[in-house]
Ligand binder design. Sequence first.
Ligand code: PLP
Length: 422
Amino acid sequence: MIPNVTWPNELWLEALVQAKQLDAQDVLKEKRQAFVIPDKIIYLDGNSLGPATDAAQMAGQSVVDAQWQTDLIKSWNVHDWIRLPRIVGAQIAPIVGARDDCVIACDSISINLYKLLHIALNLQSDRQVIMTQEGNFPTDGYIAQGLMAHRSDVSLVYVDEKDIIAQLDESVAVLMLTHINYKTGYMLDMRRITQAAHALGILVIWDLAHSAGAVELSLDEDEVDFAVGCGYKYLNGGPGAPSFVYVNAVHHNRLKQPLTGWMGHANAFAFEQDYIPADGIDSLLCGTPNIISMAVLKGALTVFSDVNMTDVRQKSLTLSSFMVSVIKQHPALQSLELVTDMHDAHRGSQIALAHPEAYAICQAWIAQGVIADFRSPNILRIGFAPLYISHLDVLRAVDALALIMQHQSYRAKQYQTRNAVT
Ligand SMILES: *Cc1c(COP(=O)(O)O)cnc(C)c1O
């Protein structure tokens, strides 16, 4: 690997040695082979859309070509399609520290938040305040706002995520928080906040979109009430993969979800006139599961079957701290301002760099084969998926970035035009 001309010699050699050392100690390095990432691409956007794996591709082909084509409607039984939401839920359960029967895969995070907000408000009949963090991912707030259109008694309060516990009080029914901030990568203390909320009789919903598959989670042990998470980010389930819902077993016999579709009925194929919810987590279902997506996600999750989440977290931390340490020392990169809190306890699996030209810089980086993303208004967002990124990849990515910054090649016109999806 030959560096570009921007490096001070000492720094380059030191960084190269360090990258090689860290990679030599990497217990997850074999996992890279499970992924099919195009040649020469360094993919730092697995926090937005995880890449394909052989297993996911094979599962997709098999569900269409072998199962659907050959066994037609019999597949619901023969290939257990009907149980896929629970089968996939059980695959996700160990990744998030949950009992198998507390997790189900279905619908999107947005839809599942709608269900959970109703369920939680129902359990808190004397309280009507939903509290969330300022700067939360927009859909979380939008869903609460949509719910308020039918529930004029409910209100939504936004609070500073650096100071949540101090702002809790007994008027709050539900605390709905994203565990790792989608933009800055700031991570909240799930256990402490959940405990503090419970002490005031507040129920908590955690959005794990940027957590599941990237950091260690212990939902059962932390006595989390409810959670949702994403199938297509760190779990690599493919575009629009189903999300998942977690409901703590203590709430299983008092779930009243609002989207009372037939798949959540106690006996869907009895075709009864009146809705009776299924027991426990199955009642979170609404309509027919999206089997093709679900099958791809099931295939993708096999990559995690022998992975220890402590190792994943450890590597995620060294990947991001290594990148930051090199960026901080590189003379060509001083105009990029690190926004992420680098304390281990508060950093997820991504970093955010602010720059007025972040969008164009990101485009120029992509043109060099390094895929990250941009978040409005000025954030270059870099995700670290420990199953397929190496420290040498990180060094190569920084190398490409340094060249772009040194020559200001991001100023070229083709990098300045915004695409529909950033
Ligand atoms: C990606 C993301 C979502 C996605 O929601 P969908 O309804 O599944 O599209 C939700 N919340 C957060 C915090 C996210 O980052």
